[in-house]
Design a protein around this ligand. Structure first.
Ligand SMILES: *[C@@H]1O[C@H](CO)[C@@H](O)[C@H](O)[C@H]1NC(C)=O
Length: 289
């Protein structure tokens, strides 16, 4: 637990404290299924629109410098609003970044909670806007030779007006550097022989687009790819055989998701354009909030 941080900041997440305690107990392994495992997010006093993201001790030397370097490179190139806004390192807290507060949390929790509350899913307009915003941010990063390395709904944040912002760049690969995190099982490209591509070839345009496909599948359906199947081995076998859930019944983006999984896009920019065309075709493009 960052002791000084707790004195200076208001804690917003009890779960994050629990997870940061666990971090110190279990060492440097990074279980990416737990948000808040590598860092703790605090509200800044008297600043309701921004937060500080403090890296837990075990991750201060590897993950923190990566995320800081990514945000600095973004800032130098005029990032689009679909990248979570960055305000520099905290002036006094160790290994802490000041970022915009994503009022509506992340897509993982947002869609999960809606599901349990039995509220209707987001409409086609909103889904296409989110998909466009996600690919806009990722294409911008790719242009700067930055791969996110952990594309997942829990790293896609929503502001108060439900605009999507891509955050969590701590596991990014910069100019071919080794990614310190990497995608979760249902987001990992597997080759026809069943080999895990991010492990053998690193994080690339191809692995990013594959992961995006699974994230868009979740975005549209509110469900994980092969969510009913437990084992990572079985999922890998299905992916190796080119077996994916059907996408022809999806409200939007069915073809885009399938093309992401099948290697049908050459760049993130191309994905962004195709999503933009789908938005245009449906006449649904609305002004961002
Ligand atoms: C879609 O949902 C958004 C957000 O809830 C709402 O503002 C918008 O009016 C809806 N659009 C349509 C076409 O129903």
């Amino acid at each position: 637990m960052p002791f000084i941080a707790s004195a200076l900041c208001y804690i917003i997440s009890l779960q994050a404290i629990y997870l940061s305690l666990r971090t110190t107990l279990t060492g440097s392994y990074i279980p990416l299924d737990h948000q808040g495992y590598t860092s703790t997010v605090y509200h800044l006093p008297n600043d309701p629109t921004r937060v500080c993201k403090s890296f837990n001790q075990a991750f201060r030397n590897d993950l923190y410098p990566v995320e800081k370097a990514v945000y600095e490179r973004f800032t130098a190139h005029g990032p689009p609003p679909s990248i979570l806004a960055y305000y520099g390192p905290h002036p006094s807290l160790l290994a802490s970044l000041i970022l915009d507060y994503a009022e509506q949390g992340n897509l993982w929790n947002y869609l999960g909670e809606r599901d349990s509350l039995n509220t209707p899913p987001p409409n086609a307009t909103l889904l296409l806007r989110w998909a466009r915003q996600a690919t806009e941010a990722l294409a911008f990063a790719h242009d700067l030779d930055i791969f996110n390395g952990d594309i997942h709904p829990s790293n896609l944040f929503l502001d108060g007006a439900l605009n999507l912002k891509v955050g969590d760049w701590a596991g990014a690969s910069i100019e071919g550097s080794l990614s310190r995190s990497s995608y979760r099982p249902r987001y990992r490209l597997v080759d026809a022989e069943g080999r895990d591509v991010p492990s053998t070839e690193g994080v690339t345009v191809r692995t990013e687009i594959f992961a995006l496909g699974s994230a868009l599948y979740f975005l549209v359906t509110g469900k994980e790819v092969w969510g009913e199947i437990e084992g990572g081995e079985e999922i890998r076998r299905l992916f190796a055989g080119g077996e994916f859930p059907r996408t022809d019944g999806l409200l939007v983006l069915g073809e885009v998701v399938e093309r992401c999984w099948m290697g049908g896009f050459g760049s993130m920019e191309e994905v962004r354009q195709v999503i933009g065309e789908e938005e245009g075709r449906m006449g649904l493009r609305v002004q961002d909030g």
